[in-house]
Structures are given as C-alpha cells and as structure tokens.
Design a protein around this ligand. Sequence first.
Ligand code: SF4
Ligand code: SF4
Length: 287
Amino acid sequence: QTPIERKPDWIKTRLKTGPQYRELTRLVKSEGLHTVCQEAGCPNIYECWEDREATFLIGGDQCTRRCDFCQIDTGRPAALDRDEPRRVAESVASMGLKYATVTGVARDDLEDGGAWLYAETVRQIHAAVDGCGVELLIPDFNADPAQLSEVFGSRPEVLAHNVETVPRIFKRIRPGFRYERSLDVITRARADGLVTKSNLILGMGETREEVSQALRDLHDAGCELITITQYLRPSPRHHPVERWVKPEEFVELSAEAESIGFAGVMSGPLVRSSYRAGRLYQQAVAA
Ligand code: SF4
Ligand code: SF4
C-alpha cells in the first residue's frame, strides 16, 4: 500500500444503531432480502435505515460497461429476469420503506437497454407501497428517446443520472459513457417534469476548478439535486485514489453548489449518491 491508499481519519465511521435500523436488520435477515446498503457494506446504513430508506440493485451482477471506479463486474449478463421488479417491490413493502433508491447495471445486451426493467420496478413499488418515494438512478440508455421515455413515464419521484467525473478525464474513467450525453439525459428528464439529480466523485484526478465547472454544467443542464463524494478504490485493479478531499473542502463545495442554484446538496467524504436520498428529495419539493 502506498501512503495515498491509507484512509485518513475522517473516512472512519461512527457506529450508532437505532430502533428502526435494528428492526430493518431483523426483517432483512428473516425474509432473506438483498439490499445494496448491506451487501456493499455502506457506512451510512445506520443513518439511512433509521429513516427507513434503502437501495436496491436490479439487472443482475454483470454490467455491459466498464467504469474504472466501479466494483460491479463487467461481463455478459444473465437473461432478463422479468420477475425481479415484483420481488424488489415486495422487499420495499416488507421493509416498510419510506423511500427506496433503485439502481442497476447497464444492459446494452437487451434490445430496450433494460428500459422496461427499470420502469417496471418503479411501477411495481408505487403499486405495492402507498406513499413510498422512488429514486431511480439510471445508466444513460444511450440517450435513446424511446427508452428514456419509457423510463421517465414510470414517474419516479427523482430521476438520477450520475456524471461522476469531469470532462477532461471522463473518457478514461467512464469509457462507455459521454459527458455531454449524460448531461443531455438530465436535461430531458427535467423537460419531462421530473426532479433530477446527479453525483460527482472526487479524488480521481480532477482539479478544483474542474469540479466547479462541472457543477455549473450540471445546473445549466437542469440538474436540481447534487451529491459530492470521495472516491474509494474498490481494488488494486481499479483507478487509484489521487487525493483525499478534506472535510472543509466538501463544506465549501456544498456552499458553492447552493450558490450556483442547486435545490439540495449532500457533500462529504462518506456521502454516497443515495445517502439520505429521501431527505434531499424533500428539499427539492420544498424549494
Ligand atoms: Fe458500474 Fe454503472 Fe459503470 Fe456499470 S455502468 S460499470 S454498474 S458505474
Ligand atoms: Fe443504503 Fe445508499 Fe444509504 Fe448507503 S447511502 S445506506 S447504500 S441508501
């Protein structure tokens, strides 16, 4: 391990469990449910679960794209599982969630890019759980109008699409995506009347000025909510950590994003794009 790989103190988490967290943990175990929160060992689980918010992954465990920060395997996905939306909705219902984030792999192997799968999961959750907000974090569907329209038509409370990094290093970090195309997906979602959200991961080689520019680009594209996070390297095969952003800089960036005009911001070393997502959505609604 090079010194840069050593995590600074502010990356360590506070362990504080509450009654909702304990109840959800019991339920998930007894019902054999799967959440990203537990399976990715997310440090925020005590906070999110206390608010009855959790994240689910759809589309399988093999992605057709290869992003240099992502721990999901690249490979040939299994056949489309048409029962998955129902099972996710059932999990959301049995956990009694108030807000569910649904994300998944890119399915370029499918004719519709997985649009039906993403849309159907939102529809099933809305049908199964009265009042549960759904945040749908999507790949770009190659900005295909028909696929996006199917996805947007499922009316998630928040439509999230993450640019993750800045234009200069974008191609190296996300070879299957394009910066402008990702901005375009956000613009279209907003034009369709959805609340929009994105994420920037810091520590992959971007400069401070590039982060400011990306924030302005996102806001200009119609993005309303933003999360700003620290990159953690999943394994030595992934992109190295170029820097550990200090907590003060995250605070500055939060103020900067607010002054640019974002309706809600979550910025911090341990923030994930789905961190306290329901709360952030409420800020957008109130704005
Ligand atoms: Fe990971 Fe999403 Fe990139 Fe696939 S498209 S490698 S799931 S970040
Ligand atoms: Fe789950 Fe996301 Fe919260 Fe982590 S940040 S606990 S993955 S909802």
